[in-house]
Design a protein around this ligand. Sequence first.
Ligand code: SAM
Ligand code: SF4
Length: 322
Amino acid sequence: MIDQFGRTIDYMRISITDKCNLRCQYCMPGNIIQKEEENYLSYDEMIRVCNIASQLGIRTFKITGGEPFFRKGSISFMKELKALPETKEVTLTTNGILLKRNLEELCAAELDAINISLDTLDAQFYKTITGNCQADLLDVVNSIIELRKRGQRIKINTVILEHTLEEVESLIQFAEQYGIDLRFIEIMPVGAGADYKLVKSSELLEKIKEQHKSLRPYQKKIGNGPARYCEADDIKCKIGIIDAVSNCFCGSCSRIRLTSKGELKPCLAYKEGVDLKSLLKAGISDKELKEIMRETIYKKPKAHNFHHGQVYETRNMNQIGG
Ligand code: SAM
Ligand code: SF4
């Protein structure tokens, strides 16, 4: 559907849980305690919302969290979503820690792409940044390699931290070796990310150019997201940049969000949303639900205001789906 600023909205990020097995310092720092209560939208309720979203033209879905594998039944849900007649694509974003034990079932689900968040190839820094001294980088790396062997389309997402500038070449070499697209994401001042120093994409690109002098914009579009890609003569993989802070791309934003607690959230940067869970519990009809969703999406805010230091969302990324 088209929103009030003429943007086509056709992509929904669905956070199926706000819980996680890692404590990435910029997302869900170690002092956050996970409550046992499970007042999540049920999978059946999510499917109902997705069906209505499809009627509004939203047919590409990204499963996110928290850590999606942390919620039981996540792969069955992804399969069910993919099987809906109107669904165009279902993709997943995961930290990769639980991939190993879910590999067979996940491959059978035939998702359109899997994004794996990996900020470093340094095993010690991995434990530091993920706030989990048990987190084993090798588990993630081996699962990536296994998925590639099975022909799965994968992208690695790396948040640009000061440390990334030191490691960018080894990440490129790894992506290159296994035929993976690599995307670098500027840290957003949302939740715990607000305490982090922004390392701009321009600084990272300069660093990459030191090694790869022919680095230049890649002209074709890849994927559904806001990443712009670069290529170089001496790199086979494509390098994506998602620089929401230094290069605001809100004018072409196509996405909305559904949180695990059932809130339909038209913009990452604003706390406003509509509580679909309460409406579903109150017995709302599909027709009424569709109208409320249409109205909420239509009013999607024009843009974030990160570059002026204004942030209107105080929740952490694990709660709003990254
Ligand atoms: N746990 C899964 C994962 O890590 O891929 C899915 C949820 S996580 C919130 C989704 C993405 O958001 C990850 O790639 C993570 O690095 C990114 N993220 C978290 N906090 C961020 C921040 N403040 N700025 C930019 N990206 C952030
Ligand atoms: Fe968990 Fe993903 Fe947030 Fe890291 S980025 S704490 S893996 S939800």
